[in-house]
Design a protein around this ligand. Structure first.
Ligand SMILES: *[C@@H]1O[C@H](CO)[C@@H](O)[C@H](O)[C@H]1NC(C)=O
Ligand SMILES: *[C@@H]1O[C@H](CO)[C@@H](O)[C@H](O)[C@H]1NC(C)=O
Ligand SMILES: *[C@@H]1O[C@H](CO)[C@@H](O)[C@H](O)[C@H]1NC(C)=O
Ligand SMILES: *[C@@H]1O[C@H](CO)[C@@H](O)[C@H](O)[C@H]1NC(C)=O
Length: 790
């Protein structure tokens, strides 16, 4: 696999320049003040113990700091949007450039973090993962379904009146719980129950940038006006619901990963996105409330950890023993697209499950093209062929009408026909709505080259199906050829319902964001993949399953795809693992998920990449696909303390101040730097990047520590699969444990020979280090990246 170094550099430059340059521009140009009269929201980190005693609370102190700022205009002093006291110390406020500069110069202010806007990364899956209630020794039994654990879902809110959030047969709310059920528009405080034990919303950051929210289109309350948060929450911890289906598809039992775990909804995403100041407030509340797991299917541009509110909030959570899983993003299949890449976050990519929804295209020339859809409703007339059209003329907006954008299709052209629409710009279901409004009878949604062959099934508003890039081209070519012939192009769509036991599965979803990690290539990301394609889960009333405004259908469930759907699978699993192993740290839980993950599909072959049909790699799936039963009993774990993360940041050459911004710890980096390099963080995967400056031979070493969580007397033997072109040794090759909890170290040496590469290009090879005691298999991917400097 190769990706260009230039791409890496560019993305670093773009991400750095967009955020780290604020003080430079603000101090130098007073005219910015006028242009930017609304200011920009900053998260301000304060030295908490320097609060003068005259201020009764930190909030009073922060307000006073803000009112003391001199303002160039006669405007009001900035108001505090949120104060933070659990995962971070400080507050957020909208500031003019000069106010930001003044604050930065105060001795008790450590740093100012400019806000970023994030976006959501939009049932058979528990069964596919091997979670069966009838399995006597299963994970669900041993953990009592995770009933004392609380999963906080930071998302678009929740629709509480769903069967998935019913509280029958659940015990009392865990006594440690300190959260609350905040009332608001169409959301009474008594809507929480013993299942949904907390609900809050955070909108100050959103409203300070966008003005007051439109209360006709969104609820000023924890209620979900989008659907995404309801869906993700029920994936993590929905109750058993039977029968569950979306418009007749995917019939069966719906259940979340941890059906008895408690849920708390933290709504931070609004119509214009999810604002950092609100997200950090949600982390602060989730940890203070007593969540055990935080699930975040939201992401944005990758920036250094000290500018990344999600990384900072997640560090505070992890420091407090709270497991954080986050979606990898949907920017795949290109390399370097993975987001939420901090080493204290578990980063989750998406795979397919062994269920799909075939809906084939039959062309007038007799060809059948495989497609995918969950359209339900009046179908096309059986046996009848419809005229087929591809509208590829350029519109006045410069876009081709083949994209089926609003108003781009003329009735004359498409009425009574099946229309081929290209993916891109507007949502897949919206294209169907555009075709329907113009009088079209059906739609074939064709991938572009970039989308590859990955197909997403949608609840379309008219008979429609999705086809891949290569088959899309075949259909376009057929239309061109047939239009010139005596028999004009025709087609129909044949809906085949739900198909199960599909092989191969899992397959890495096309859209799933890929490594390498753009912040720290020494930390392999994503960590794991989990089901994220065509996932059935709960859905609100009043929002049609297609998400199109004109779609008035009501469904209890909906089928969605995205790493957003993969992340809460891992959040639910983490709750089950924590229930079974209450003493495990977040890093131990992640280690168990990673070292037991699998990389072969249900044919017994290496998982494929949906976008190309080729074999997938560690850059696509990280350690592999999660295997819940095995994760329950991993044998050994690679544990990591907050102090280890501080050392990692030292070795990453972060300044003491930047380390303090992320970790709230004052680091002395001298010791850490002597001890090693960034790759020495005790991570369950190993990754090294070699720069080939005319060197022939390159060496590195990794130190790792494993903790015995299996049998008291276990003896592990190592098995090494060196990446191609490398020699790898492990010392010692045998680890003999005498008790549970015992830690033993080993050293991995890697020698690599230079490979022929053109300037600026990169090659990645991977292998593995496997420890086995005959009962447990503890697998770590080992990745070697060679970079040829420009
Ligand atoms: C930072 O801002 C200064 C002044 O506006 C500009 O000259 C410089 O190119 C910017 N740097 C980056 C990395 O964008
Ligand atoms: C709020 O949204 C509704 C529905 O889209 C719209 O008709 C109305 O004009 C909006 N109100 C404001 C104040 O923007
Ligand atoms: C898939 O594999 C084929 C054959 O090895 C190769 O030519 C092609 O470039 C690969 N496609 C991608 C997207 O990697
Ligand atoms: C940190 O700085 C040292 C010394 O300049 C350098 O060798 C090392 O590669 C740097 N590490 C990272 C991760 O940038």
């Amino acid at each position: 696999m190769a990706f260009s170094l230039l791409h890496l550099l560019l993305s670093l430059i773009i991400s750095l320049s967009s955020l780290s340059n604020f003080s430079a521009s603000s101090s130098s140009s007073p005219e910015n003040n006028n242009q930017n009269d609304g200011g920009k929201t900053f998260i301000v980190q304060v030295q908490p113990d320097s609060k003068p005693s005259i201020f009764p609370t930190h909030h009073d102190w922060y307000s006073s700091s803000l009112s003391s700022l001199s303002s160039s205009s006669s405007s009001q002093p900035p108001t505090i949007l949120h104060t933070y006291s659990t995962v971070f110390h400080g507050f957020s406020a909208k500031l003019s450039p000069s106010q930001a500069d003044q604050l930065q110069s105060l001795s008790h202010v450590i740093s100012l973090i400019p806000e970023q806007v994030r976006h959501i990364h939009t049932t058979r899956s528990p069964e596919f993962l091997g979670l069966r209630t009838t399995d006597p020794a299963g994970l669900l039994k041993e953990s009592d379904f995770g009933s004392d654990l609380v999963i906080g879902v930071i998302d678009t809110g929740i629709w509480p009146e769903r069967q998935s959030f019913h509280d029958r047969e659940l015990g009392p709310i865990p006594t440690k719980w300190k959260g609350s059920c905040v009332a608001g528009k169409d959301f009474a405080a008594n809507l929480c129950n013993r299942k949904l034990i907390g609900a809050r919303f955070f909108s100050a950051g959103f409203e300070s940038t966008n003005g007051k929210m439109n209360e006709t289109t969104e609820y000023r309350s924890p209620r979900d006006s989008d659907g995404h948060g309801t869906h993700t929450a029920s994936i993590a911890a929905g109750r058993y619901v039977f029968p569950a289906s979306t418009l007749g598809y995917a019939k069966g039992v719906a259940a979340g990963m941890a059906p008895k775990a408690r849920l708390a909804a933290y709504k931070v995403c609004w119509s214009a996105g999810c604002y950092d100041s609100d997200i950090l407030a949600a982390f602060d509340a989730a940890v203070a409330d007593g969540c055990d797991v935080v699930s975040l299917s939201v992401g944005g541009v990758v920036v250094p950890y000290y500018l990344d509110a999600i990384a900072i909030g997640a560090f505070g959570a992890s420091d407090a023993g709270v497991f954080v899983s986050a979606s990898a993003g949907n920017g795949g299949p290109g390399g370097l697209t993975v987001t939420n890449v901090a080493p204290w976050v578990t980063t989750v990519g998406a795979g397919t499950i062994d269920r799909d929804f075939p809906a084939d295209v039959k062309l007038g020339n007799g060809r059948t093209i495989p497609g995918m859809s969950v359209y339900s409703g009046p179908g096309l007339a059986a046996g009848r062929m419809y005229p087929l059209v591809y509208a590829d003329s350029e519109g006045s907006d410069g876009y081709s009408s083949s994209l089926c954008l609003e108003g781009s299709l003329s009735q004359d052209l498409v009425k009574g026909k099946i229309v081929v629409c290209d993916r891109g710009i507007n949502s897949r279901a919206t294209k169907g709505d555009v075709v329907r409004k113009a009088g079209g009878v059906g739609m074939i949604l064709a991938n572009g080259v970039f989308d590859g062959e990955g197909l997403v099934a949608d609840c379309h508003v008219l008979p429609a199906t999705a086809v891949g890039a290569a088959t899309g081209d075949e259909i376009r070519r057929y239309i061109t050829a047939a239009s010139k012939s005596k028999s004009p192009p025709t087609a129909t769509i044949v809906f085949k319902g739900t198909r199960i036991r599909v092989r191969p599965a899992p397959v890495v979803a096309s859209f799933s964001a890929r490594g390498p990690n753009p912040q720290a290539p020494e930390i392999l990301k994503p960590d794991v993949i989990a089901p994220g394609l065509n996932i059935l889960a709960a859905w609100p009333d009043k929002i049609g399953p297609s998400g199109v405004a004109s779609d008035k259908r009501n469904t209890e469930f909906n089928i969605l795809s995205g790493t957003s759907m993969a992340c809460p699978h891992v959040s639910g699993l983490a709750a089950l693992l924590k229930a079974a192993h209450p003493d495990w740290s977040p890093a131990a839980i992640r280690s168990a998920l990673m070292t037991t993950a699998y990389t072969v599909d249900n044919r017994g072959e290496t998982m494929l990449d949906e976008s190309s049909g080729n074999t997938s790699t560690v850059m696509d799936f990280g350690a592999g696909h999660v295997h819940p039963q095995k994760a329950m009993d991993p044998g050994l774990v690679y544990d990591i303390s907050s102090y280890d993360y501080v050392n990692f940041l030292c070795n990453y050459n972060y300044t003491t101040k930047n380390i303090q911004t992320v970790t709230r710890k004052l680091a002395n980096c001298n010791g850490a730097k002597r001890a090693g390099h960034a790759g020495n963080l005790n991570y369950p995967s190993l990754s090294v990047v070699f720069q080939q400056y005319g060197k022939h031979k390159m060496n590195t070493h990794f130190i790792r520590t494993v903790t015995n969580v299996g049998g008291p007397k276990s003896v592990y033997q190592v098995r090494i699969s060196p990446p191609a072109g490398t020699t790898v040794t492990v010392e010692p090759e045998r680890l003999a444990f005498r008790r549970v909890g015992q830690k033993l170290n080993f050293l991995v040496r890697v020698h690599a020979l230079a490979v022929k590469l053109s300037p600026g290009s990169t090659s990645v090879t991977s292998g593995s280090i496997v420890w086995s005691d005959g009962k447990h298999t503890v697998t770590s991917p080992l990745v070697v990246t060679m970079q040829q400097p420009l």
